[in-house]
Ligand binder design. Structure first.
Ligand SMILES: [Cu+2]
Length: 256
């Protein structure tokens, strides 16, 4: 950038012009990114059917908003360079300017900003983990989940060992899923409840959630597990406590 090789006031004017424009573009893209983060995740993500999903959605919103100014800085400089500093004529472009070997102000500012951002993400993440685990009850309703090509089956060991091909859960109760697989690796995923855990043959993995909405929600496999993986999809019915008791009895169990 030869334009920078001038007198000190010329260099300052050059910076003021370009940096001012880049800051304007940065501010514009930041506002767009923040609006995107505030308005799109609530519309694109599944409607929450558990406290866990509320926390997951909030985290996606907060992280998108926090990332907006950083992404805007990169995109702003890239766009400005492409438009303003592009070499236009057909002759050979001039040689590159002298490399920049360091700028204490920029380095200190970036160290401070990136430390602050990463610390914020860490503290936020730890807080969310704490909030989610605080929702679990010490006496959850246990559901054993078995994945196989290409379906899920469920057993309720506390309720007389009821077996079922459909997942039925009482609303407002803390549930503990104990998940395993008969064949290959699957992944047990209830998008509306914000939980997903691998189902591995020979291993039991656990995930807990408390459904807080009545209704029917998708259960999907989230791990490519063979030819019909895309069809390894079923539903969970979240019902009232009394409807759950009736369902257990109708299936030959007794409520534990
Ligand atoms: Cu699968």
């Amino acid at each position: 950038m030869r334009e920078t090789q001038g007198t000190a006031p010329e260099r300052r004017a050059w910076w003021r012009g370009h940096v001012g424009h880049i800051l304007l573009i940065w501010a514009g893209i930041t506002v767009a990114g923040v609006l995107f983060g505030l308005f799109l995740p609530p519309r694109l993500m599944p409607q929450p059917a558990s406290g866990t999903m509320h926390e997951v959605r909030l985290t996606v919103i907060v992280f998108t908003v926090a990332a907006a100014p950083v992404a805007a800085l990169v995109w702003g400089i890239a766009l400005y360079s492409l438009v303003v500093w592009r070499h236009r004529s057909s002759d050979v472009p001039p040689e590159d300017g002298p490399p920049i070997r360091g700028n204490t102000t920029v380095q200190v500012a970036w160290l401070f900003v990136s430390s602050f951002l990463t610390l914020f993400l860490l503290v936020w993440g730890l807080g969310e983990l704490q909030a989610i685990s605080a929702q679990a009850s010490p006496k959850p309703l246990v559901v054993d989940v078995v994945g196989q090509q290409w379906m899920w089956t469920y057993a309720y060991p506390q309720d007389g060992g009821v077996q079922s091909a459909t997942l039925v859960l009482p609303v407002g109760r803390s549930i503990l899923f104990r998940v395993t697989s008969k064949d290959v690796v699957h992944s047990f995923w209830i998008p509306n409840m914000g939980i997903k855990i691998d189902a591995n043959p020979g291993v039991t993995t656990e995930v807990g959630v408390t459904p807080d909405q009545l209704g029917v929600f998708n259960v999907r496999c989230a791990e490519l597990c063979g030819l019909y993986h895309a069809y390894m999809e079923s539903a969970v019915q979240v019902v009232s406590g009394s409807a759950f008791t009736a369902w257990v009895r109708a299936n030959g169990g007794r409520v534990g």
